[in-house]
Write a protein that binds this ligand. Structure first.
Ligand SMILES: Nc1ncnc2c1ncn2[C@@H]1O[C@H](COP(=O)(O)OP(=O)(O)O)[C@@H](O)[C@H]1O
Ligand SMILES: N[C@@H](CCC(=O)OP(=O)(O)O)C(=O)O
Length: 372
């Protein structure tokens, strides 16, 4: 299994931890960053898409300020991150420009990805950047968050981005060869786990708590990130960022480090997110023909909607019910409740005449529909 599942991947999230980026806190590791840029450029030439999630802002900020110890006060950590982020993105931009690639800075919080509009905006921006051939360099927006900065959680951010843009693989590069049966810093008998199922609870007991001291997440956040990435069908590899050609070799399907295979069937990330995050705002009662169309994986057209219940805006989550009142699906509706009432039972060709405008022919597009 291991040799094929990453070889088939087209869209990769590569997360690099602080320990690596700053060469154990000694300052930004320019050689390592230029090596990764070379590999990303090569992957792009092979037709693969790569987004980088890079830590290192705090560690680099500390260095710029001449601080030897990671500060405890959150506002000092935030100041450090803001200072360090400048140098971090500068180095990435310089490294990628040598390969004729542009980079884009994306700063996100976990909350951004839990908010419907911001989620869709982040998704649209990242998708547009990929289409433009740009390499997004993503980090947490440390200025406005406090929880993540305390826990150092770019592993989770990597997984959330994998969910966000339906990535096929999450590659977590760190200072170890992969996941060991116990923390190799403390247990000399620990052995490398080469492959496991993401989400296997046994993995969580292998991960020691704190990380290297420079990074904060340690192995547990990587294991939990793999579980989260797997929920949208992405496989995760945890490997050493110092290994020669690590990204290229993983992308060719070489068994390197630890592969955590996603067992869940690929579930469109947006659908996953719809199921997890949104409050239901209204109900649509469908006719039998529409129920059949939805069961066959088609979009919902206004002609199949016989009644619209509740008050909601365009983009709201609504439940679709059969004539007998059974939930068939839920999804993000393209029209507000008022507009939906006006176009219900009508052919899509009439939408513009009825409303004076048309967003889409479908009242709910199949990409935004989750059938039960
Ligand atoms: N079972 C394990 N296998 C490998 N590393 C582990 C394990 N448990 C804890 N660790 C620790 O996790 C560290 C990597 O996490 P961290 O320092 O946060 O790195 P990064 O900055 O790359 O996120 C390793 O250096 C190691 O000490
Ligand atoms: N946003 C933070 C990342 C936090 C962190 O330490 O993450 P990691 O090294 O991946 O465990 C930074 O850039 O310093």
């Amino acid at each position: 299994m291991s040799t094929t599942c990453l070889a088939a991947a087209k869209r990769f999230i590569v997360k690099v931890g602080s320990t690596l980026v700053t060469n154990n806190g000694q300052g930004l590791d320019l050689n390592a960053i230029s090596e990764w840029a070379r590999q990303v450029a090569q992957l792009r030439q092979e037709g693969k898409e790569v987004l980088l999630v890079s830590s290192g802002a705090i560690a680099f900020g500390m260095q710029r300020l001449g601080w030897r110890q990671r500060p405890k006060a959150v506002h000092e950590l935030q100041a450090c991150a803001a200072i360090g982020q400048m140098g971090l993105v500068q180095v990435y931009e310089n490294a990628f420009v040598r390969h004729g690639l542009a980079t884009a800075q994306i700063l996100l919080t976990h909350e951004d990805l839990a908010d419907r509009k911001r989620y869709l905006n982040a998704r649209a921006t990242l998708t547009a950047l990929l289409a433009l051939g740009v390499v997004p360099i993503i980090n947490e927006n440390d200025t406005v968050v406090t929880d993540e900065i305390k826990f150092g959680d770019n592993d989770t951010l990597g997984a959330l981005v994998a969910n966000l843009i339906d990535a096929d693989a999450l590659i977590i590069l760190t200072d170890q060869q992969g996941l060991y049966t116990a923390d190799p810093r403390h247990d000399p008998n620990a052995t490398l786990v080469s492959e496991a199922h993401a989400g296997d609870p046994a993995l969580e007991t292998m991960a020691g708590g704190a990380g290297s001291g420079i990074g904060k997440g340690g192995m547990i956040t990587k294991i939990l990130a793999a579980k989260r990435a797997a929920s949208s069908g992405a496989h995760t590899a945890i490997a050493s960022g110092r290994e020669k050609d690590v990204m290229l070799r993983l992308a060719r399907g070489e068994a390197l480090g630890t592969l955590l295979v996603s067992g869940t069937p690929t579930l469109n990330a947006r659908k996953q997110w719809i199921a997890d995050h949104l409050q239901v705002s209204g109900r649509l009662i469908l006719d039998a023909g529409a129920v059949k169309a939805l069961s066959a994986g088609k979009s919902l057209l206004p002609v199949g909607v016989v009644d619209v219940q509740g008050e909601f805006e365009r983009g709201a989550l609504v439940i679709c019910l059969s004539p007998e009142g059974k939930e068939i699906a839920r999804g993000l509706i393209n029209y507000s409740s008022g507009d939906a009432r006006r176009i219900a039972r009508h052919a899509s060709a009439d939408i513009e005449a009825l409303l004076g405008y048309e967003y889409e022919a479908e009242i709910i597009h199949r990409d935004n529909l989750m059938t039960r």
